[in-house]
Ligand binder design. Structure first.
Ligand code: PRT
Ligand code: ZN
Length: 224
């Protein structure tokens, strides 16, 4: 169901939501967040904001349910690999990389363990929320491993005896430090990105996207 209004999916609550809302506001989109609403209508442009869990954003784009979305590259690439593995549509257009949400997806092991390279992970169990990205990396390295899939508390898995290593997002490194872990490999460097569904847009929608992109360019450059 195509609507005339441009649909943009953004994270409802979390590390990307504040900066994402700020960016849209600086681009001149006027809106007010009200309670637990899923859809927020912009007041001055034909734009609807869809407020969802970040995990849902890549799929909403790849299924063509929304027109634009803002998502971390880590989540985007994981979902993409997952959908390819299930033979589901996994297409999208990356419009631009944004200047927030920076982090890296890294493998970490117990501080006391020695490490000379990926081959030291041979036969080990790795706890992660990103099994597809870990598999891609380990396949590239030709190293066999097993997975321990966790959607939270990944950093406690080695201490709890659930895994030998972890692969998780890192920004300052404080969480690894607090859990007696050390970062040994960076497998992905990630930032928030603006993505678009594939397929055609009506003239007005395309013109609105172009206008938003031009403004975004200006907003981001002004900050640099
Ligand atoms: O509820 P919802 O599903 O929408 O949110 P979420 O809990 O899945 O995601 P959220 O809000 O935590 O993160 C959203 C996105 O922010 C991620 O997908 C990344 O693209 C980006 N991002 C940037 C981060 C971090 N930095 C980050 N440091 N996401 C998570 N972390 C976590 C990390 O998992 C670890 O637990 O912060 C901890 C490490 O931080 P340091 O500073 O101690 O290294
Ligand atoms: Zn999430």
């Amino acid at each position: 169901m195509q609507t005339q209004r441009l649909r943009i999916a953004i994270q409802k609550k979390g590390r990307l939501s504040k900066e994402c809302q700020e960016l849209l506001k600086r681009c001149g989109v006027k809106f007010t967040m009200v309670g637990e609403r899923l859809v927020v209508h912009a007041e001055n442009m034909p734009i609807d904001l869809l407020l969802v869990r970040d995990d849902d954003i890549p799929g909403l784009i790849m299924d063509g349910v929304v027109d634009l979305g803002v998502i971390g590259e880590n989540e985007l690439e994981e979902v993409c690999l997952e959908r390819i593995a299930r033979s589901e549509p996994a297409n999208y257009v990356k419009l631009r990389r944004l200047d927030f949400g920076g982090c890296r997806l890294s493998i970490a092991i117990n501080k006391g363990d020695t490490y000379n390279g990926p081959q030291d992970l041979q036969g080990k169990r790795i706890a992660t929320t990103y099994p597809q990205l870990v598999k891609r990396y380990m396949d590239e390295q030709g190293v066999q491993f097993s997975t321990c899939m966790l959607n939270g508390s990944v950093e406690v898995a080695p201490r709890a005896g659930l895994a030998d290593a972890i692969c998780d997002l890192v920004s300052t490194g404080a969480t690894l430090e607090a859990n007696g872990l050390k970062e040994v490999e960076v497998i992905l460097r990630s930032k928030a990105v603006l993505i678009q569904r594939t397929g055609d847009f009506c003239y007005d929608k395309q013109a609105l996207i172009n206008r938003l992109l031009t403004r975004m360019q200006g907003v981001i450059q002004a900050k640099e």
